[in-house]
Design a protein around this ligand. Structure first.
Ligand code: FES
Length: 111
């Protein structure tokens, strides 16, 4: 089901917005004119991704700098500074993505 999360003008290019849909915090962003929507909770250790940097189609979590691909949610990179950590600590699921669309000046996320 599609849920309206905001008006288009509330999400200008290269901006983000946290919305709550059915009890879940979802981060919607417009990066280089493309829309993305994903769980605001980092799949590594749960940091709020709204505090993180988005670079094109990647997000780099502010907490430990893990990098995820916004096209498919996959973990792309774990920084070398964590290479001595227990391998269990550096494990991460992929980012949970949601379909997002824009129609008639409104943005929708599908859950
Ligand atoms: S909590 Fe996001 S990289 Fe660790």
């Amino acid at each position: 089901m599609d849920y309206k999360v905001c008006n288009s003008d509330e999400l200008p290019n290269n901006s983000t917005k946290v919305v709550n849909v059915r009890g879940s915090d979802i981060l919607v962003c417009r990066s280089n004119e493309r829309l993305f929507a994903f769980d605001n909770c980092c799949p590594h250790r749960g940091a709020s991704l709204s505090k993180s940097d988005i670079k094109g189609t990647k997000i780099i979590c502010y907490m430990h700098d893990f990098e995820y691909d916004l096209n498919n949610g996959k973990l792309l990179h774990v920084p070398n500074k964590w290479k001595d950590q227990n391998p269990n600590w550096t494990k991460s699921d992929n980012l949970l993505l949601f379909p997002v669309s824009e129609k008639d000046g409104e943005i929708y996320v599908r859950l």
